[in-house]
Design a protein around this ligand. Structure first.
Ligand code: GDP
Ligand code: MG
Length: 367
């Protein structure tokens, strides 16, 4: 089993908890159980996460986002197959309960023939979408770590890139693929709304339909506008990595987009998102998408600009974690005081600013 590389690392102790140990040993059943506890935030989930953390840090995380119906799940199925063909362990987290994944079903005979029963190198789970704002991304970030500890080489995270919460998820992954399709009027709006800053690779899916070229062209224009803006104001976050307005030949809506050279890396070593055309239902163009995703990963891991980008993502993730931990802790300590403050504000006896300050002051003294 591929999980063995974890065990051979001398400075890492095997987790004390049997469930966490099972995960590190690559057991799918333990992985499924831990994921359930973590997703529901029940039982020893925090302990499990702590014990698993030393065994994480190796997986490559890929977000797959875009409006519903663009073809994310179809594309993801093919990506699973391609990654398995390279003998990589794959975990898939779908933040969209309607996403159909066939798991090993489309892997093809070349893979299935090598295995006795099913495929123990693929794990697929749908995440609950309930809960408070921030709950989704917390859960996703934690589940990614659990899959990482299991030994996943790649964790694919499918999200519907429309809400703030989903966007936050895409900020926690290494590489983000934005899937678009022609004839979906709000696509470009969706990019404007924030997808552009997260996009590392674009896939224009349903290239068998009319208008795919127009969609690719629109994305290209959006990218160049984004680069101009980022180049002049150096906005925070990923936008800054686009660097100055400059040629990104690999991104051009050209007929030979598929055979674009090493692509992605533009002026000043910054990453500029390539655009790939594909027909996910037929698996056409999926290899090119995967090539570009892998090129982005190499850029991320192997260049200074990539390193800076990773640090900024990590900083973001730490802030989110800190915010969640502080709030969870504070709310549990405040208890009735919080409710009393809500009542006071509702009756306009105090303004919400003062009320929050008083709560924080009380919390500081109590903690
Ligand atoms: N014509 C065409 N249909 C596609 C293509 N890719 C996906 N679809 C169809 O589009 C619909 C939505 O696909 P799905 O993968 O569930 O989209 P998601 O909501 O983004 O995950 C399904 O009926 C797919 O069969 C494609 O390349 N061409
Ligand atoms: Mg889907």
């Amino acid at each position: 089993m591929r999980g063995e590389h974890k065990l051979s690392t001398k400075d890492k102790q095997l987790p004390a908890h049997p469930l966490a140990r099972g995960v590190v040993e690559g057991k799918l059943r333990s992985l499924a159980r831990v994921c359930r506890l973590v997703d529901d935030a029940v039982g020893p989930y925090r302990d499990l996460l702590k014990q698993l953390f030393p065994h994480t840090g190796r997986a490559w995380t890929v977000g797959i986002t875009g409006v519903p119906g663009a073809g994310k799940s179809t594309l993801t199925n093919h990506l699973i197959a391609s990654l398995r063909a390279k003998d990589m362990k794959v975990a898939v987290l779908a933040i969209d309960p309607t996403s159909p994944f066939s798991g090993g079903a489309i892997l093809g005979d070349r893979i299935r023939m090598q295995r006795h029963h099913g495929d123990d190198g693929v794990f697929i789970r749908s995440l609950a979408t309930r809960g408070a704002l921030g709950g989704l991304s917390r859960s996703a970030a934690d589940l990614i770590r659990v899959c990482d500890a299991w030994g996943a080489d790649v964790v694919l995270v499918e999200t519907v890139g429309v809400g703030q919460d989903e966007l936050e998820v895409t900020r926690t992954v290494d590489t983000t693929l934005v899937v678009m399709a022609p004839g979906m009027g709000d696509d470009i709006q969706a990019i404007k709304a924030g997808l552009l800053e997260c996009a590392d690779v674009f896939a224009v899916n349903k290239a068998d339909r009319d208008g795919a070229d127009i969609t690719a062209r629109q994305i290209e224009v959006m990218i160049s506008i984004g680069q101009t803006v980022a180049g002049s104001s150096k906005t925070a976050g990923h936008g800054a990595t686009h660097g100055h307005h400059g040629p990104h030949a690999a991104c051009g809506a050209k007929k030979d987009r598929h055979v674009a050279p090493t692509t992605g890396v533009g002026l000043e070593g910054d990453w500029s998102p390539p655009i790939d055309m594909c027909v996910a239902t037929k698996g056409k163009g999926v290899e090119e998408v995967l090539d570009h995703l892998e090129a982005h990963h190499r850029w991320l891991m192997g260049t200074e600009a990539g390193q800076a980008r990773r640090l900024s993502r990590l900083r973001e993730a730490m802030r989110t974690q800190l915010r969640n931990t502080l709030i969870e802790h504070a709310v549990s300590v405040m208890g009735e005081q919080l409710e009393a403050a809500v009542q006071s504000v509702a009756q306009r006896q105090v303004d919400p600013y003062t009320a929050s300050e008083q709560l924080v002051e009380g919390f500081r003294r109590g903690c």
